[in-house]
Write a protein that binds this ligand. Structure first.
Ligand code: SIN
Length: 271
């Protein structure tokens, strides 16, 4: 696609691009929206700088991609569960997204994408790593790819104790998904197990399942599949949960890092 409304600056050859030339607080015409969507599908995670968005504008941008998802348990702001609060400060005992994961993969229909806007960033640190699960799939041998394509995995969320005394929005989900899924837009194959939610491989005994998952969890951490995003105040990252995993680094204690995530509903994964 030839871009007329945006400029796209890739971060690595594999994953990540910064999109310049667009103000997301203003209504997007259909062509500009299509260009952003195209760049997102091509680069898996896209970044925007200096976006002064209100929560309403953030919601509106998210809704261009589809109906919004509500997290099962995370706290939210402005009395709206569509506005997930991403916040870590000197009183925190943990940070969101501390291990490699694809958001809420334990849902029957996990969110297709997440749009995080940070309003406050620490003076240093607080980067997020993103990894391409297309690259992770492509790097496996053909016999391994073929075997994994026949397998399913059980994903389960356990939020007990994670969010203090916040009352959950709904019960913790559990679902069975294919280990290799086909991306519904690009039709490419992608590895879909993550250490945050995937508990076991259906049909394998406990030792086989544990060792296979351990191998895959290590495999996805290859730095050649990754990019690293350094946040600034009013940066936005928008990642595709169907073909990426991410990890938020907590190296800035006791500083504050704070923002809002709007998450877009997705489909049931298929192989
Ligand atoms: C998340 O998993 O949504 C958190 C990502 C981040 O804070 O960078």
């Amino acid at each position: 696609m030839e871009y007329q409304h945006i400029e796209v600056e890739p971060l690595t050859p594999t994953i990540g691009a910064t999109i310049h030339g667009v103000d997301l607080s203003r209504p997007l015409n259909d062509r500009a929206f299509d260009e952003i969507h195209h760049a997102w599908m091509e680069h898996l995670v896209v970044f925007f700088r200096d976006q002064e968005l209100t929560p309403e504008q953030h919601l509106e941008f998210g809704r261009r991609f589809g109906p919004l998802h509500i997290h099962p348990a995370a706290p939210y702001v402005h009395d709206n569960p569509e506005l997930m609060h991403i916040h870590t400060d000197r009183h925190s005992h943990r940070n969101n997204g501390a291990g490699w994961h694809s958001d809420v993969s334990a849902d029957e229909e996990p969110p297709l994408g997440s749009i995080l806007h940070l309003h406050q960033v620490p003076p240093r640190g607080g980067d997020t790593l993103f990894a391409s699960m297309y690259a992770a799939y492509d790097a496996l041998s053909a016999p391994m790819q073929n075997w994994l394509e026949g397998l399913k995995a059980i994903h389960r969320a356990d939020y007990s104790g994670l969010y203090g005394n916040h009352t959950p929005q709904r019960a913790s989900p559990q679902s069975t998904h294919p280990v290799i899924r086909t991306h519904p837009v690009t039709r490419k194959k992608t590895l879909y197990v993550n250490s945050g939610f995937t508990r076991r491989i259906d049909g394998l005994n406990a030792a086989e399942s544990q060792r296979l998952l351990q191998f895959l969890f290590e495999h996805i951490q290859n730095s050649a599949f990754q990019c690293r995003f350094q946040w600034q105040q009013n940066s936005i990252a928008m990642w595709d949960n169907r073909c990426t995993q991410h990890l938020a680094i907590w190296d800035y204690f006791p500083e504050t890092r704070s923002g809002i995530r709007v998450t877009v509903k997705g489909d049931r994964p298929f192989c």
